[in-house]
Design a binder for this molecule. Structure first.
Ligand code: IPM
Ligand code: MN
Length: 356
């Protein structure tokens, strides 16, 4: 038998542990059906740990995580912790230090799921956003001058490197080629070249250079504001989008709404290099007001486990979970919103297991 798949599990804050429990339940079931072994190790990280011990990311944690094949993350964010501490100190720190330079976010409307877009169905809403995940305004360069005075100055800069955008763009081209959308392989660069005439010029030039190596992939360009418009008006025009970190953050929340909400939207932080450790997460936050009630939708976390398997050498198991999700959302659940599913968090997990 091959080596077991080793997964580090960071349940995290709020409803994070509730949804990761369902994802692990589905993983356990699919591993029996597909005949592979796995091991999980819980990591106690997040707001509660920080409040208890003052530690956000204890010494040695990142090195410890590197030894795993993948990380499953529930949610980070605690009402008693000032915004930024956990997000920057834990989530972004892990993305950066594990060099997870791709943030992959499929925008796929499952059958039976309601979208706010009139007259659009699963055939129209099925594209993928490849978000750069290590640079841009997320790099934390900046500072204050004369803080808390009427003359205060705040600088927050965006950093883009040739290496950073090239590796992301190249991966996006490879992904578009592999995805082989029957409607046509198309990669759209989303940026703001009319205003960000330095950083996004670098992105534009790099995109043109790399595109020459992929003559089979059709290319397009949208300014980010226009992209928001097209995502709502004609989502069917997209196959794969590649974009910068901050714009990717924003348009994938819009994308999540098109596909039925944060209850179903999953994402992957990938380090695609040999030996890289990737991290998979539901896109939703820790939802403090729903914590402990068993009403939150675990489909996004289950989708994250499906992506984890897809990128960790068990693609058949990943597809099997995707199919099961589609059966459950398509035939059983009343809604994807917290508290309106017609089932509890656990019952939705059970339905997916039954559908495998
Ligand atoms: C996301 C989140 C994070 C981000 C926050 C929590 C730092 O919004 O994963 O999209 O901005 O990347
Ligand atoms: Mn976000």
């Amino acid at each position: 038998m091959s080596k077991p798949l080793r997964i580090a599990v960071i349940g995290g804050d709020g409803t994070g542990p509730e949804v990761t429990a369902e994802a692990l339940k589905v993983l356990d079931a699919v591993s029996r059906k597909e005949g592979f072994a796995f091991e999980t190790t819980p990591f106690d990280l997040g707001g509660e740990r920080f409040l208890r011990t003052g530690e956000v990311l204890p010494e040695g944690t990142v090195e410890g995580l590197r030894a795993y094949d993948a990380v499953l993350l529930g949610a980070i964010g605690h009402p008693k912790v000032k915004p930024g501490i956990l997000e920057k100190g834990l989530l972004l720190e892990l993305r950066f230090r594990l060099d997870q330079y791709i943030n992959l976010r499929p925008v796929k409307l499952y059958p039976g799921v309601e979208t706010p877009l009139a007259n659009k169905g699963p055939g129209d809403i099925d594209f993928v956003v490849v978000r750069e995940n290590t640079e841009d305004m997320y790099c934390g360069t900046g500072g204050f001058l004369k803080k808390n005075t009427p003359d205060e100055v705040a600088v927050q800069s965006a950093v883009y490197t040739r290496k950073g955008c090239e590796r992301c763009i190249r991966w996006a081209f490879e992904f578009t080629r592999r995805r082989a959308n029957p409607k046509g392989k198309k990669l759209t660069l989303v940026a703001k070249t009319n205003v960000l005439t330095f950083g996004h010029d670098l992105w534009w030039r790099t995109f043109q250079d790399v595109a020459r190596e992929y003559p089979d992939v059709q290319t397009d360009y949208n300014h980010v504001d226009a992209c928001c418009m097209w995502m709502v008006k004609s989502p069917e025009s997209y196959d794969v989008i590649v974009t910068t970190n901050m714009f990717g953050d924003i348009i994938t929340d819009l994308g999540a709404m098109l596909q039925g909400g944060l209850g179903v939207a999953a994402g992957a932080n990938l380090n695609p290099d040999p030996g890289g450790t990737s991290m998979f997460e539901p896109m939703g936050g820790s939802a403090p007001k729903y914590t402990g009630q068993g009403v939150i939708n675990p489909i996004a976390a289950i989708g994250a486990i499906a992506m984890l398997l897809e990128f960790s050498g068990q693609p058949a198991a990943g597809r099997r979970i995707q199919d099961a999700i589609e059966q459950v959302t398509g035939t059983r659940m009343k809604s994807q919103s917290a508290g309106q599913m017609g089932f509890s968090t656990r019952e939705v997990g059970d339905l997916v297991v039954a559908a495998l």
